[in-house]
Structure formats: structure tokens, C-alpha cells
Design a protein around this ligand. Structure first.
Ligand code: ASP
Length: 324
């Protein structure tokens, strides 16, 4: 009897402690895991949001770049982190494409995470090194078809949007080139600038400054319509690559089991950050579009991720590109 009463009392105390921990949250810095290299497109979005979110949350957001395997190492790490509200994870379309790309994936995107919010959508650009001998898309296609054995296409590994976009380009023009994987498109961009690789697809959040400075050749954008920040860049589709559309979307996740009260507070912080004038200005300058507020709910991200898995799974399986 005494044992039972002690147990009940202990359970009541730990439930109260837990409730207090949730209502005080956050009492220390929060880690946001980024699956690609520092300075790249995903990292830029994460850091810009992180600074704004820390104003609302009253704690710093520490960026942890966990690199490798097209973002799957970071996803696996985040899925296994303690669900205590101090580890979150940002990823892009790779969260939806990796189940089809990897035969053995050590996490389940739909089952191992809580969903926090979407954030921004970003167009991609098709680029070449500055001295590449093709000045427009038609010349690029002709040159790559004629020289495909010696063309190097940079990407951020299987599961990265740069890889998906590059794959779509190769399929669209009917040849295969050599894919060179990096641990993010920040190092891939350095290789492009240094002339070690020839072509690359990447988000405007990294490429706009390089395009505007004239450091790379631009052949077009991957969106259905032109992009405000690059008004002279035609879309790939309008230049003849019919249906060539890739829009990069970002989602924020937490390890499964993170308390709902914390998820809701984090969601509110993301939504506030997305209205922060500094964030709006930076995202605008980099061609990124802030996702409408109504779509930034945990439920909407859950539905969206499922629809993206269903959309890309068959396309990727048909491509025959897999990793173990
Ligand atoms: N842009 C990269 C990709 O291809 C990711 C990154 O480095 O942020 O997925």
C-alpha cells in the first residue's frame, strides 16, 4: 500500500516536472541539424531563420551541419536524437526522395519525426563554370550531347535536389555524364568556380550572388515562371525542356515523441520568423519564396511530405539510380 502511494506520488511529481519543462521551454540553446555543408543553400535558409527564431524563443539556435550521403546521415541522426525539444532538423525535397533512392534507409521520414512547419520554396538554376564553351541552353545541350563522356556534373549526393535536377537534365537530353558528389553544394560551387567541374543545378539561395557577379554561366531557371530576382533568365521549360520543373521546398522536423506543446511553440516561432522583415528581405534577394502562413502547420507538412514521397518514388525508381 505504502509502495503504491509512493509510486503514485513519484509519477505525479515526474508528470509535473515534465509539464513544467514543457512550459518553460526553451531554457537552453536549441540545435538545428542541417544536412549539407555550411554556406550552401539549405544552410543559408537555416541560419537566416535561426537568427530570427532565437528572438522569439529567447535562446540561440545552434546550426549543426551533419554531412554526407545526400542528407540521409543528418536525417538518421535527427531521428535518433532525444525528443526533448532541443534538437530539430531542416531538410528539403530530399526527405521525400531518399526512401526511393536508398535501399537501406535507417529512418522513416513519415514515422520517425514530428512535423513542425514548412518554410520557404526556392527555384533552382542550371549553371556552368565561367569558361564553359556554351553560351545558351541550346549550345549547352549540343555540347553536352557531343562530349558527354568528359562532362562532370557536380551535386550534393544521392538524395540532394542538385542530384535530382541533374538527373532530370540528363534524362531530358538523353545522355549520361559523370556525376561528382560533394557534401553540399557549397563545396560543389567552389569546385565550379575553380573549374574542377563543368555544370551544376543549384538553388538560387546560393547561386544568385555568383550569377550577379558574373562568376558562372546561367542557362535558365527550373520554375514554371521566371524568377523576379533573375528577370533575364528564361525558364528551362520555355526554352524547350518541356515540363522541366523543380522547386525546392524546406520542412522543419523534430524527433518523434517531441511533446506537442513544444512543437506548437516551435511552429509559432517559425511562422513569426517568416514574417520578420530581415528574413523577408534576405529571402527576397535570394529568390526564395516564403510559404503562405496557412500552409505552415505541422498537419500541412505531414500531408505535403506524403504527397511528395508518392510523386517522386516512381520517377526515381524508373531512373534506376540507387544507393545501398
Ligand atoms: N543544394 C544542395 C542540394 O543539392 C543542398 C545544400 O548544399 O544545401 O540538395
Amino acid at each position: 500500500m505504502l509502495f503504491k502511494r509512493t509510486l503514485i506520488a513519484l509519477l505525479a511529481v515526474s508528470a509535473a516536472t515534465l509539464a513544467q519543462a514543457q512550459s518553460n521551454w526553451p531554457t537552453r540553446p536549441i540545435t538545428l541539424v542541417v544536412p549539407f555543408a555550411a554556406g550552401g543553400p539549405t544552410d543559408v535558409v537555416a541560419r537566416t531563420l535561426g537568427v530570427a527564431m532565437s528572438k522569439t524563443l529567447g535562446q540561440s539556435i545552434l546550426i549543426d551541419n551533419k554531412l554526407g550521403a545526400g542528407g540521409t546521415i543528418a536525417a538518421s541522426f535527427a531521428a535518433r536524437a532525444a525528443p526533448d525539444g532541443y534538437t530539430f532538423f531542416i531538410h528539403h525535397n530530399g526527405m521525400a526522395t531518399s526512401p526511393a533512392l536508398y535501399r537501406k534507409l535507417s529512418f522513416d521520414p513519415m514515422k520517425d519525426f514530428e512535423f513542425v512547419s514548412q518554410a520557404v520554396e526556392v527555384p533552382m538554376t542550371l549553371l556552368a563554370r565561367k569558361d564553359f564553351p556554351a553560351n545558351n541552353l541550346q549550345e549547352l545541350i549540343a555540347y553536352v550531347r557531343a562530349n558527354h563522356e568528359k562532362i562532370n556534373l557536380a551535386n550534393a549526393g544521392l538524395g540532394a535536389v542538385s542530384q535530382l535536377c541533374g538527373l532530370m537534365f540528363q534524362r531530358a537530353i538523353g545522355v549520361q555524364v559523370t556525376e561528382v558528389p560533394f557534401q553540399g553544394t557549397a563545396p560543389a560551387m567552389n569546385a565550379l568556380l575553380g573549374g574542377q567541374v563543368d555544370i551544376m543545378c543549384d538553388q538560387t539561395t546560393q547561386t544568385v550572388p555568383q550569377i550577379q557577379a558574373g562568376n558562372v554561366k546561367l542557362y535558365g531557371v527550373t520554375t514554371r515562371t521566371r524568377v523576379k530576382v533573375l528577370p533575364n533568365a528564361p525558364t528551362l521549360a520555355e526554352q524547350g525542356l518541356k515540363d522541366f520543373e523543380v522547386v525546392v521546398w524546406h520542412g522543419i522536423y523534430a524527433p518523434k515523441g517531441t511533446p506537442k506543446a513544444i512543437i506548437d511553440k516551435m511552429n509559432a516561432a517559425v511562422r513569426t520568423a517568416l514574417k520578420d522583415p530581415e528574413v523577408v528581405k534576405r529571402m527576397d534577394a535570394l529568390g526564395a519564396e516564403i510559404v503562405p502562413d496557412a500552409t505552415n502547420t505541422p498537419e500541412a507538412l505531414h500531408v505535403w511530405l506524403k504527397s511528395e514521397i508518392d510523386k517522386w518514388g516512381p520517377v526515381i525508381k524508373a531512373s534506376g539510380k540507387f544507393a545501398d
